[in-house]
Design a protein around this ligand. Structure first.
Ligand SMILES: Cc1ncc(COP(=O)(O)O)c(C=O)c1O
Length: 423
């Protein structure tokens, strides 16, 4: 028995499915990890993998980047949490605002889940309206209003609608397909003036990266503005990933509110919700919308965020994105040679592949792809020393620590892994 199998047996007695977050679980047993550095991660049996899960997105500089570790150690020696404001929060807020002009004011929280939860409460509090429009397969964290046709782990385990979410609440979440402006118009009209906000991942990251059709995001902006609906862009994945200014900058769309997470904490727990000053001014104690958190804005996460953004400002995204494009192109070549129907989707340093000959435009297309075939490939990739998220409905990430040699190694691994899928 491997050390991972042994730990899995023990873990399952203590934690549901032996994990702290559902998508980490897979059969016959998840690999328990011991250490990680750069583009590599090592399990407790000593096996080395090139990592494309990258903790689901925060690690744009790779695992344990020395500059961040140094800054965090220095911050830690001054205390881990103050329960009072610090200079670092001001510095990070200034940095965020310099790259996201839509973020006139912001609050730091601890996770992306918290960020979207508070943004939604704020939208309802500000507008006095009840309904929230969300996209099918969009994932915005594990809180009640958003566990309606959600992506990520919720989709992986075929339970996009969680038990325990009251029907009385779920009925205020209105679903529309991604990339379909007319459906959004109809949904807002059908809700008869009761839509507080639309929340949207600008690139649908929790189905695999699904890209917006040309003009879609701008049309969403127009429709929401014209109907008096707030637009919340959930940039927990895309923020500082598609570029310093995220999808807002790339697609020229200015939301009323937006959320960040993952990269903005430089590998440490964080979330941000931000937006127009007239809306954010309704947050307690300035206004009547309540939000609070013991660890919110702690100096450790905030320091890691500041230092990460500084490095991103220096390095830029060109070589990261070029290397990622090489991987996507190489993957297309490998899949063509394997004579299997496929789609490779991606943007910036995000990618995923689907076994289907239909383009993936929304959740409905993605769920028709061959997910069991994907899991077969995932397991073969593990044997080959490539660690990807254990689900069809997730995004793979490259980091600035990935090298050309990693890309070549990975393409050769896919080539061999695909023989198993075909056979
Ligand atoms: C787009 C998006 N929003 C929100 C969240 C929730 O963030 P967290 O897992 O930090 O709570 C995620 C997590 O993957 C996400 O991808």
């Amino acid at each position: 028995m491997t050390a991972s199998e042994d730990l899995y047996k023990r873990a399952r007695e203590l934690m549901p499915a032996g994990v702290s977050s559902p998508v980490r679980a897979f059969e016959p047993y998840p690999r328990f990890m011991r250490s990680a550095k750069g583009s590599r991660i090592w399990d407790v049996d000593g096996k080395e993998y090139v990592d494309y899960c990258m903790a689901y997105g925060p690690l744009i500089l790779g695992h344990a980047p020395p500059a961040i570790s140094r800054a965090v150690k220095a911050a830690l020696s001054n205390g881990s949490v103050f329960g009072a404001p610090s200079e670092q929060e001001v510095l990070l807020a200034e940095k965020v605002r310099s790259h996201y002009p839509a973020g006139e004011m912001m609050r730091f929280v601890n996770t992306g889940t918290e960020a979207t939860m508070h943004a939604i409460r704020l939208a309802r509090g500000f507008t006095g309206k009840r309904k929230i429009v969300k996209v099918e397969g969009g994932y915005h964290g594990a809180h009640d209003a958003m566990l309606v046709k959600a992506g990520s782990g919720a989709l992986t385990y075929s339970m996009p609608n969680s038990l325990g979410v009251l029907e009385d609440l779920a009925k205020h979440t209105v679903l529309v397909p991604y990339n379909d402006p007319q459906a959004l118009r109809d949904a807002i009209k059908g809700a008869e003036g009761d839509v507080a906000a639309m929340i949207l991942e600008p690139v649908l990251g929790n189905v695999g990266p699904v890209l917006p059709k040309e003009g879609y995001l701008n049309e969403v902006r127009e429709i929401t503005r014209d109907s008096g609906t707030l637009l919340i862009l959930d940039e927990v994945i895309t923020g500082f990933r598609l570029g310093l200014g995220g999808a807002q900058e790339m697609f020229h769309v200015k939301p009323d509110l937006f959320t960040l997470g993952k990269i903005v904490g430089g590998g440490y727990p964080i979330g941000v919700f931000a937006g127009r000053k007239d809306i954010m001014s309704n947050i307690s104690p300035l206004g009547g919308v309540y939000q609070a958190g013991t660890f919110s804005g702690n100096p450790v996460s905030v320091t890691a965020g500041i230092e990460t953004i500084k490095i991103l400002e220096q390095k830029g995204y060109t070589s990261l994105n070029r290397r990622s494009e090489r991987l996507r192109k190489g993957l297309r070549d490998v899949l063509s040679r394997a004579s299997l129907p496929y789609q490779v989707s991606g943007i910036g340093s995000m990618f995923q592949m689907f076994f289907t000959d239909r383009p993936i435009v929304n959740w409905n297309d993605a769920r028709k792809a061959d997910a069991p075939g994907f899991m077969k490939m995932f397991r073969a990739l593990l044997d080959e020393g490539v660690y990807t998220p254990p689900s069809q409905f997730e995004t793979n990430f490259l980091s600035m620590a990935h090298r050309d040699s990693d890309v070549e190694f990975t393409l050769a691994a896919y080539e061999r892994a695909l023989r198993g899928v075909r056979g």
